[in-house]
Every structure is written in structure tokens, then in C-alpha cells.
Design a protein around this ligand. Structure first.
Ligand SMILES: [Zn+2]
Length: 441
């Protein structure tokens, strides 16, 4: 007996063998996809506990956000239109220093609610309070790769005593692979400019010992690459990490805006995934990553929102459309990053970047049932000549009618099934907002 049968759907599988099925059904059992069929209903009349009629809906894989600082959504709209250094050092860092666990966790819930409602089923996070975040992710039914980016500025630094290391050890011991594999611990080096090479090597050892992916920020701004060259004998951040052996274990690098041809070659050689964050890079005036060139070179490029203080949204549909448009506009080539490629970045490539390439990101038998549905009964979603084009160029996060992870429905027709949205909104206002606003005199 199936747990769920989805029938009559326009299915975008993201499986290259048959990417789109115009009128098909999906059987779900034990949290996994039992079959994807090209018939509107299964011929054998498979019995199911629940049947979902997806007529008029696009059924597709859940989206994967490969670079987030989820809790930062409590600072959404708090500091906009500022130069990066002023934004970071005068507004964001001081506000972050005031946040305690209570406010951070309110932000995590708010961010997860936003992601669920806009079709994201898995995210890669880099922030503090990650073991507690794991608890919330499990509770909400989401999937996440969690990390705390190590920052070691100044001469005195105790690697083992540092909060990032302690949180990583706790994630490994208590949360890695919890919830049927929904949670994964990732190692993390915040960036080339926030810690010395000996700290990178220690973090890399931890990643290697435990078979973890390492998340980092990489070549985000022009200034970062110029300063690195001055500090490290003309080397780029990519070259510096490469020379220290940091790229010898799987790495998920956010941004990659300022990459030379040599940098791209090193990333390709080491199989590094790059999380393209177009909205954040534009908003902070950092530049435009050359996603089409990276893809051509064989680099796995996925998509991320970055933190909500520099976006100000977790709606991955914006990133998908923008990734396609920026590639076209910046290369003067309208065939660059076609719709299907852009959607792959947010699904298949994202899963690969998270080390979940055999688990999620496309709809095929044996994969986890991480599925979303888009409502097409709206003016901006019609006519529907090509489901992939509609999903990439017309859809918005608000068109998501259903979100499911491992066969569990988390959101349906505007209703959250795993969190109390009124409480989430109230706690954001009551806990987080006053703290963000309480600047010292
Ligand atoms: Zn970031």
C-alpha cells in the first residue's frame, strides 16, 4: 500500500532521461518515491492512504538552497543600501553580537517557515547555535547541512575551545544523519580572510576524519582577492586553500564572483561545488559570478540566497530566474544558462553540492520524496506551453501550493503543518526585533 499517490500532475522530474511528463503520477512509500509513471493514474490501481489530485499543478523536486545564514532573517531590512564594510562592521556584526540563542532560534524558525512556503526542502546553513538549529530542522521536517564557520582573528586562538569547533563536534556526535539522514554536519571555514592557514588545516583534518563537506565563503569581492594577493605572495583565495590541501575533501564554496581562469581550473580539478548567490552579490555590489563559464568548465554550480540581511528573501525562485538572466545579460548571449540548466542548479546540482546526489534533487524511484507543487491557476502562470520555462521565468515562491520532505507534507495551500506560524511571527517581533534595534548609546 502506498502512503501517497500524486496523480494527474505535470511532472518536472529533472531526470535527464525524461525531464518532463505532461500528465503523470508518483507513488510514495516509506518516505521514498516508489515510482514515477507517465500515466495520469497507475494502471495497476495501486492503493494509497492518501491520493493527491495534482490537476493544474506542476509537480517538481523541492529546491535546494546551498548558502544560507538562516537566522539572519531577523535583520531583514535592518541595514540596506550601504557599502559592504560599513554594512558589515557598523551594522550587522554589532547587531549579531547582541543576539542570544533565543533570538537566533526565532530567526531560524522564521527562515525555515519562509523556505517551506516558497518551495525549499533542503538548505546549507552557516551560523551559530547549530546544534539547537538541528533540533528545529528535525521538528519542522526540513533537511539541512549545518555548519558554524570558524573565525580566528587575533594571535590567541584555541581551536578546540572555539565555539565553531565545539558546535561541529556536537553536530557530529549528536545530529549527523539524524532524521533518516535529513541532518548532516558540515565542517566550515568562514573565509580566507577570517582565519590563518593552520586553522584551515585543523578544520580540514576534522572534515577528513568524519567524511564531511566543508562550507566556505570564497572570492566574494574584488577587495578580498586583492588583499589575499598582498598577504599571500600574489596568490588568490582559491590557490591559497588549494596549496594548504583544504580542497582535497569535498568543498561547497559560496559566491566565486572573482575567479581567474586558473582558479576555475583548480576548482574543477578538485570537484569543488560553487554556490552562486546572484541576489546577494548584486545587493552588496560585489559583482556577477560567471556561472555559465563555470558550468562550461565542468564545475558543479548550485544556488544560494546567502543571509537575509543581504537579499532580503529566501525565495529561491528569484535566484533561479536571475541566474539565467544574468548569464544572458553579462555574456550578451540569450542561449547562456537556459531554463533547464537554471532549474538544475537549484535541484540536481544543489543535491550534489550537499553530498546528497543519490538522495534528493530529482524525482525518480528510490529517491527521497522531496516534492513541491506549483499552482498554475493564476494569470501569470498561463498559458503553460513549457513547464520548465514556466517554473523558471514565471513562477514565484508564492505559487507553491504544497511542500513535502521525505513524503511528509510540511505545507499545503497556505497552511503550515509542522510549525505554528503565528507563534513564529510573534516571537520574531517580541524576541528578536527589540534586540536588533537596541543599539548602544
Ligand atoms: Zn554568506
Amino acid at each position: 500500500m502506498l502512503d501517497i499517490l500524486i496523480k494527474n500532475g505535470i511532472i518536472i522530474t529533472m531526470d535527464d532521461d525524461r525531464p518532463v511528463i505532461n500528465g503523470g503520477c508518483i507513488g510514495i512509500e516509506g518516505g521514498r518515491i516508489a515510482f514515477v509513471s507517465g500515466e495520469n493514474e497507475p494502471s495497476g490501481r495501486a492503493a494509497a492512504v492518501r491520493v493527491i489530485n495534482a490537476a493544474g499543478r506542476i509537480v517538481m523536486p523541492g529546491l535546494i538552497n546551498t548558502h544560507a545564514h538562516t537566522a539572519m532573517c531577523v535583520m531583514r531590512g535592518y541595514a540596506d543600501d550601504l557599502p559592504l564594510n560599513k554594512w558589515l562592521f557598523e551594522r550587522i556584526f554589532p547587531a549579531e553580537a547582541r543576539l542570544t540563542e533565543r533570538e537566533v532560534l526565532a530567526g531560524v524558525r522564521l527562515g525555515i517557515a519562509e523556505m517551506i512556503a516558497s518551495g525549499t526542502t533542503s538548505f546549507s546553513d552557516m551560523y551559530a547555535h547549530e546544534p539547537k538549529t538541528a533540533e528545529i530542522v528535525l521538528e519542522c521536517g526540513m533537511r539541512a547541512n549545518l555548519s558554524n564557520g570558524i573565525i580566528a582573528l587575533g594571535d590567541e586562538f584555541d581551536f578546540e575551545a572555539d565555539r565553531a569547533t565545539r558546535e561541529l563536534r556536537s553536530l557530529i556526535a549528536d545530529w549527523h544523519n539524524a532524521g533518516n539522514g535529513r541532518i548532516r554536519a558540515d565542517a566550515s571555514i568562514h573565509a580566507e580572510y577570517t582565519s590563518p592557514p593552520w586553522v584551515w588545516r585543523r578544520m580540514h583534518e576534522l572534515a577528513a576524519e568524519n567524511g564531511l563537506i566543508t562550507q566556505l565563503h570564497l572570492s566574494e569581492t574584488k577587495g578580498e582577492t586583492e588583499d589575499c594577493a598582498l598577504r599571500r605572495g600574489g596568490r588568490s583565495p582559491v590557490r591559497a586553500f588549494y596549496d594548504e590541501g583544504i580542497l582535497d575533501t569535498p568543498v561547497l564554496a559560496a559566491h566565486g564572483v572573482w575567479l581567474s581562469d586558473e582558479d576555475m581550473e583548480l576548482l574543477r580539478e578538485k570537484g569543488v561545488s560553487v554556490s552562486h548567490c546572484p541576489v546577494s552579490n548584486l545587493k552588496l555590489g560585489s559583482g556577477i559570478a560567471n556561472a555559465s563559464k563555470m558550468l562550461e568548465r565542468g564545475i558543479n554550480v548550485s544556488l544560494g540566497t546567502d543571509g537575509c540581511a543581504s537579499n532580503n528573501s529566501h525565495d529561491l525562485f528569484e535566484e533561479i530566474k536571475l541566474a539565467a538572466l544574468l548569464a544572458k545579460g553579462s555574456t550578451l548571449d540569450p542561449t547562456a544558462v537556459p531554463a533547464y540548466t537554471a532549474l538544475k542548479m537549484a535541484t540536481v546540482n544543489g543535491a550534489r553540492a550537499q553530498g546528497r546526489g543519490n538522495e534528493t534533487g530529482s524525482l525518480k524511484a528510490g529517491f527521497d520524496a522531496d516534492i513541491i507543487m506549483l499552482d498554475t491557476d493564476k494569470p501569470h502562470m498561463r498559458p503553460l506551453y513549457d513547464a520548465v520555462s514556466t517554473a523558471v521565468y514565471s513562477a514565484r515562491g508564492g505559487d507553491v501550493a504544497l511542500t513535502m520532505v521525505q513524503g511528509r507534507v510540511l505545507y499545503e495551500n497556505g497552511e503550515f503543518k509542522t510549525l505554528d506560524i503565528q507563534r513564529v511571527l510573534r516571537e520574531t517581533e517580541e524576541f528578536a526585533v527589540p534586540v536588533v534595534l537596541s543599539e548602544k548609546a
